[in-house]
Design a protein around this ligand. Structure first.
Ligand SMILES: Nc1nc2c(ncn2[C@@H]2O[C@H](COP(=O)(O)OP(=O)(O)O)[C@@H](O)[C@H]2O)c(=O)[nH]1
Ligand SMILES: [Mg+2]
Length: 376
């Protein structure tokens, strides 16, 4: 492989480097989702021919991994040409999507999210579920799809035919990453995956974004870090449907139980994020597997509860509206900053604001006027 090609998934069409933004790290050899798999590679070469909309739809509905991967690459593309086809694809798949439970998993780097996903994912696959793992990581445009590094932590899961693991799209801004991840979720659901696990790094804004995409939001944390409770932002605890203290094994077990009680004490005073549901703390070990089955039972109880109260549907409807608004906002931002008049003025206005020659409000007004003058 040439150097330039190396950082691209092999399903990326040749010569589409600007349009396709997905990049992968090298060195993963044993996956089945079209990354570095001899069989998939041969298939991909065979299918590298341009796919028509109908080919995408049929392939995804048949759960064809190569086509799924290419469909995801299509929705991740930033090119206008691909966008039109991607929109039609999502529109066609939407009625076939939604039949899943969407679970967000957040936590500090090192908390054990990927290891937990390996443990839970395998358990679910053993029980006839089909599990898709996605990542929302706005920083991954720098680290080039960090979840692929995580694939080493999902060693077994990444080789299973019931699982599909997709690295984080490098969308630059969080909004872009979120849109792509939502659409990827639709593709996975239409392909028959009934559990979607979305891993996100605990860095503030991305948690709020992932919360707005999922049914159940799990905060993974660990004990023994000293002042993790003080350090833990209350805001994040308030977003969670469960707090799971991972690494409750070996010498750590007793301390994990203490931490659990401390969390439960605090949670008692917080407003639950899901009406009628009491967010509680639990312990588990992603290495020994203890507590993993129990947290799945909690998730099942949550689903039963929210489906009974109607909140499950209500939240999904609210999320659909939020999704629409997000897309509008992104579109408006894009046409504003890409506007010819705005672009021409931008540097000068920015310099004037910087030196204090004009106020930020005046600067904004000037640019907006230029924009509005242009579209009239
Ligand atoms: N003892 C123990 N170690 C764990 C457990 N879960 C994860 N780890 C270790 O913690 C480190 C970070 O795990 P990783 O899954 O990459 O964390 P992430 O950054 O949150 O995805 C790795 O060395 C794991 O082996 C656990 O339940 N018990
Ligand atoms: Mg990870």
């Amino acid at each position: 492989m040439r150097d330039k090609e190396k950082k691209r998934p092999e399903w990326t069409p040749k010569g589409q480097h600007d349009g396709f933004t997905t990049s992968v790290m090298g060195g993963i050899h044993s996956s089945h989702d079209g990354f570095h798999n001899d069989h998939a590679e041969k298939k991909a070469v065979h299918k590298r021919k341009k796919l028509k909309l109908q080919d995408y739809i049929k392939g995804v509905l048949e759960s064809d991994r190569t086509i799924m991967a290419r469909a995801i690459t299509l929705v991740e593309s930033n090119s206008v040409k691909h966008r039109t086809m991607a929109d039609e694809l999502i529109k066609a798949l939407l009625p076939k999507s939604g039949h899943s439970v969407r679970i967000g998993i957040t936590g500090m780097p090192g908390a054990g999210k990927s290891t937990f996903i390996e443990a839970l994912g395998n358990l679910l696959c053993d029980h006839d579920h089909k599990v898709a793992v996605l990542a929302v990581d706005p920083s991954s445009s720098l680290t080039k799809g960090s979840i692929l590094g995580d694939k080493t932590r999902m060693e077994k899961l990444s080789t299973r035919s019931e699982a599909f693991i997709r690295p984080s799209p490098s969308g630059g801004v969080l909004g872009g990453v979120a849109r792509k991840s939502r659409e990827t979720m639709i593709i996975c659901e239409a392909a028959g995956f009934d559990v979607i696990l979305v891993e996100t790094v605990g860095v503030g804004q991305s948690e709020i974004t992932v919360r707005s995409m999922v049914d159940f939001f799990l905060l993974l944390t660990i004990t023994g870090a000293g002042d993790e409770l003080q350090g833990m932002k209350k805001g994040i605890m308030e977003l969670a449907d469960a707090i799971l203290i991972n690494k409750a094994d070996g010498d750590n077990k007793k301390q994990a139980e203490t931490t659990k009680s401390e969390f439960n004490r605090i949670l008692h005073y917080l407003q639950p994020v899901t009406p009628g549901w009491h967010t509680k703390a639990y312990t588990c070990s992603s290495v020994t597997g203890s507590g993993i089955g129990d947290i799945w039972k909690v998730i099942e109880a949550f689903l039963k509860h929210t489906k009974n109260t109607g909140y499950f549907e209500e939240r999904r409807h609210t999320q659909a509206i939020d999704w629409m608004k997000d897309m509008i906002e992104q579109y408006l931002k894009k046409i504003f900053y890409e506007d010819k008049e705005v672009k021409e003025l931008f540097e000068a206005v920015q310099a004037s604001v910087k030196t204090g020659k004009i106020t930020p409000a005046t600067g904004a007004q000037k640019l907006i006027q230029a924009f509005e003058g242009n579209i009239e």
